[in-house]
Design a protein around this ligand. Structure first.
Ligand code: NDP
Length: 408
């Protein structure tokens, strides 16, 4: 196989992990490029990556023409987008114009509306298929690995999946009074939105953080978990139509919720610009500027994350449960890449997805969500690149309020 050229856009917490992991894959890559808004961040990451050589460049990925020039100069086979969701469409346009395969970890979100959904990116399906190139959407952890866990559960253990609860716990301590583990602006927009889950063929809306319950996470214990809307729910209920109910839960500490409540109450999480001494300032963007960068949280971060899929359905006519999860230690992630576990658990799956595309194991023209591919090769590579997973069949699940299958 000819060795491939890989471009990465975005030099934040996730970009650091993606580049270091991919630069170790000298069996498939001959050269890499890391481009981002601030080139000095790219240079710092490139300096700690190898053996694949990593070039760096400055790009404003909001401008299609800048991304097109970057691609024409470097000539990548695959491009990984780990900038922000605002740049998804401009980078997809540039990939279309140049015939390069595309991968991202978060779906498009218009800057002026705190709303994310796949419609904008799914609208590229025909154009990507006609151009003979592939876009792999949502290849981080959630979305990403959670979608692959679901596909794996259905492929090997469940004739029909009925109930899906994705449970995401960060039981780590970074020692700061308040910080977000990935881009603060995107993170706070996600959490302050209304919650939503799928039940009996329709979406049910909740107030932000209205529904919560304690969940027992493996090797961590009980943690209060809040129902959120999360983007993989949208594609999973489409791709697995037997699902009767799908929900997403994430843990937050009392301290985090209190800080968030105060920030919301004083207007600091708003995306409506305010006038400050004649300058229009968006409070949430200003807040991002004063909070710690996600990429800076790794050192001294203790504890683990635990993210998994709790599934219940039918196999051979009998009820069956299936829980697939990964626990990731912040300290192990830091030892491997200098990153905390949230960046790590996002960057490693992106590196694996790009590897499967570059080697042709997952290569199909069009725009795809990750659960549409055979989960087996991805599941095989997860432990190889630092994310071992475990599976419990017919064990107890956190949510026992489900009707018996005979009632359905
Ligand atoms: P960071 O804020 O740490 O990094 C974002 C990077 O993108 C920064 O280097 C930033 O540049 C760069 N960037 C922003 N705007 C532009 C632009 N217009 N042109 C070029 N570069 C730009 O975020 P994270 O690394 O934490 O997150 C990266 C992505 O990963 C996000 O889309 C996030 O939603 C996604 N994510 C997905 C998860 C999953 O499990 N699926 C989990 C966590 C994150 P600068 O340094 O100049 O600010």
């Amino acid at each position: 196989m000819r060795k491939k050229r890989l471009a990465v856009i975005g030099a934040g917490g996730v970009g650091n992990v993606v580049v270091q992991k991919c630069a170790r894959m000298d069996d498939i890559y001959e050269e890499m490029l890391l481009a981002s808004r601030t080139q000095s961040k790219c240079d710092q990451i490139a300096a700690r990556s190898g053996p694949v050589p990593v070039q760096t460049a400055r790009v404003n990925a909001d401008e299609v023409s800048e991304v097109v020039s970057l691609i024409k100069d470097f000539k990548p086979d695959v491009l990984i987008n780990v900038a922000l969701p605002y740049q998804d469409l401009s980078i997809m346009d540039a990939c279309l114009a140049t015939g390069v395969h595309y991968l991202d970890t978060a779906n498009y979100e218009p800057p002026e509306i705190p709303k994310f959904e796949y419609s904008w990116q799914w609208a590229y399906r025909e154009r990507f298929a006609e151009a003979g190139i592939m876009a792999l959407l949502g290849c981080g952890f959630d979305p990403g690995v959670t979608s692959v866990f679901t596909a794996y559960g259905v492929k090997h253990y469940l004739d029909e999946l009925h109930y899906l609860d994705i449970v995401d716990c960060n039981a780590g301590d970074h020692g700061r009074s308040f910080a977000t583990n990935f881009n603060p602006e995107i993170n706070i927009r996600e959490i302050t939105q209304k919650g939503r889950y799928w039940e009996d063929g329709k979406w049910v809306e909740t107030l932000p953080l209205e529904i919560h319950q304690s969940v027992d996470y493996p090797r961590i214990g009980q943690r209060e978990s809040y129902l959120l809307y999360h983007e993989e729910l949208e594609s999973l209920v489409k791709n697995f139509p037997s699902i009767k109910r799908a929900r997403f839960w994430m843990t937050f500490s009392e301290n985090y919720i209190t800080h968030l409540r105060v920030l919301q109450n004083v207007g600091m999480t708003s995306i409506e610009p305010v006038d400050f001494e004649g300058i229009a300032i968006q409070p949430l963007q200003f807040l991002k500027a004063v909070l710690p960068e996600p990429a800076s949280l790794g050192e001294g971060y203790a504890g683990e994350t635990s993210i998994g899929c709790q599934m219940r359905g039918i196999q051979d006519g009998s009820e069956r449960t299936c829980y697939i999860f990964n626990n990731c230690s912040h300290q192990e992630a830091y030892r491997d890449t200098g990153a905390q576990a949230v960046s790590y658990t996002t960057g490693v799956p992106a590196a694996i997805g790009a590897r499967l595309m570059a080697t042709g194991a997952w290569l199909e023209p069009g725009v795809w969500n990750i659960e549409e591919f055979d989960p087996d090769p991805f599941m095989e590579l997860l432990p190889v690149y630092g994310l071992p997973w475990e599976i419990i069949i017919d064990g107890p699940l956190a949510f026992e309020d489900l009707p018996e299958s005979s009632d359905d």
